[in-house]
Design a protein around this ligand. Structure first.
Ligand code: RM4
Ligand code: MN
Ligand code: MN
Length: 412
């Protein structure tokens, strides 16, 4: 074969590989949806105060409307997570109104989040409270959330428990475990087939000595105890510094207990920063564990990918678009890992080559491929730009600024 022939072959080979990579990324992006949090569009803040934004959403209608804008430009966010107390203050009675909004804005209600942390009653805990009447109150609220989820046709009920204590000796940790087991078992019996209970864990804040569901092990055991439709939710901001989150994800996948994510990034605590803004390699490593698991098992991991971020400095809708685009970029890179090759290298303990295989995928610039994918799906190539030129932000700023000027420091 002539040199030119060989070169042509090699080039053809590369080209075919390139095409395959594009196809793999496109297919993966078609199926990769991310749920937005309604509370991410509202005025939120830190425990020191809030900086109001004149365009922030103050009603459930405005939250749906803002979420719809993110979906229009990304095509990846068809559902909106709802926080019951903030979005359906009258509980079940608000369901018809939410249904109407969902239709009007073509966004489905997503996970239903109970609020068992804000009311005065929950000062010493909710489902873990030593007072049985408070435990009952919390359980009843979560049961209503299950009913709301059924009525709205949403799948996941996703409680986060702020329960815990601030000082050693002030609460009986083991008794509270019992209360949680009992309460969650009761809640599980209300689940319809197909519905899921996602248990979120967090090792600190607002309680600073112990939290009742502090880590994935506690969430895992409580989920198992409550019943087969309970799974663990991993909020990426809810770990100690330097914890290996992808290892937790690998364990949960192995145990078939990985239910969902709350995506955000962090530098110090539960910072709720934009995904990948601090540690982009970490979110890639998490996605890699999922894609590697899917490749090995030839299954699709049934995971709810959700965002849990509330920006008080960045523009809220823009920050969501940025987050969704970032998630797609890290997901696409994880899809590009050569699993066949990596599995062999791991087996042979070829450390450098295995690591380079992973790193090689991480350093690929997938943005041109994602732009092409967007174009082929009739989506704007640059979602942020498309949003900026739509005039939506100017309009809502005009319409909402008066109301936001008069808003006081409520979370939603
Ligand atoms: C918590 C946790 C929950 C979220 C609340 C607002 O830290 O992440 O998921 O609903 O914040
Ligand atoms: Mn969360
Ligand atoms: Mn959080």
């Amino acid at each position: 074969m002539s040199t030119t022939g060989m070169e042509a072959n090699r080039w053809n080979g590369d080209f075919a590989m390139k095409d395959k990579a594009v196809e793999v990324v496109w297919k993966a992006l078609d199926k990769f949806n991310i749920e937005l949090p309604s509370w991410g569009f509202a005025n939120t803040g830190t425990r020191f105060g809030k900086f109001m934004q004149s365009s922030a959403a103050t009603t459930i209608e405005e939250k749906f409307s803002d979420a719809a804008q993110v979906h229009v430009v990304t095509g990846a966010c068809p559902t909106l997570a709802l926080h019951v107390q903030w979005d359906l203050p009258q509980g079940l009675k608000d369901v018809p109104e939410v249904e109407k909004l969902a239709k009007r804005f073509a966004i489905r209600p997503g996970s239903i989040n109970p609020n068992i942390f804000q009311n005065q009653e929950y000062k010493y805990g909710s489902v873990g409270n030593p007072d049985p009447s408070i435990r009952r109150l919390a359980i009843c609220h979560i049961l209503e959330c299950v009913a709301i989820s059924s009525a709205l046709g949403s799948r996941d009920v996703s409680p986060w428990f702020a329960d815990g204590s601030n000082y050693p000796g002030t609460q009986n940790i083991r008794k509270r475990i019992g209360y949680f087991e009992e309460g969650l078992r009761e809640i599980h019996t209300a689940l319809k087939p197909g519905q899921r209970l996602l248990l979120e864990y967090k090792p600190f804040e607002p309680a600073f000595y112990h939290t009742d569901i502090a880590d994935w092990g506690m969430a895992f055991l409580l989920a198992k105890e409550s019943g087969p439709q309970s799974f663990v939710l991993v909020d990426t901001g809810h770990h100690y510094q330097a914890q290996n989150i992808e290892q937790i994800v690998a364990w949960l996948l192995h145990q078939k207990m990985m239910g969902g994510f709350h995506f955000n990034d962090r530098r110090y605590a539960d910072d709720d920063l934009t995904l990948g803004s601090i540690d982009p390699y970490q979110i890639f490593r998490i996605f890699h564990e999922i894609k590697m698991f899917e490749w090995e098992t030839q299954t699709t991991a049934d995971i709810a990918y959700m965002v849990d971020q509330s920006h008080n400095l960045k523009g809220k809708i823009e920050a969501m678009i940025q987050t969704v685009c970032a998630a797609q970029e890290f997901y696409a890179r994880a899809v590009l890992v050569d699993h066949d090759r990596l599995a062999k290298l791991q087996q042979d303990c070829s450390l450098i080559d295995a690591e380079e295989t992973l790193r090689g995928a991480f350093w690929q610039d997938v943005r041109p491929t994602i732009r092409e994918w967007r174009k082929s799906r009739g989506l704007p190539e640059d979602p942020l730009q498309a949003f900026r030129s739509s005039g939506y932000l100017e309009r809502i700023t005009r319409e909402r600024s008066e109301k936001n000027r008069n808003t006081t420091a409520s979370y939603a």
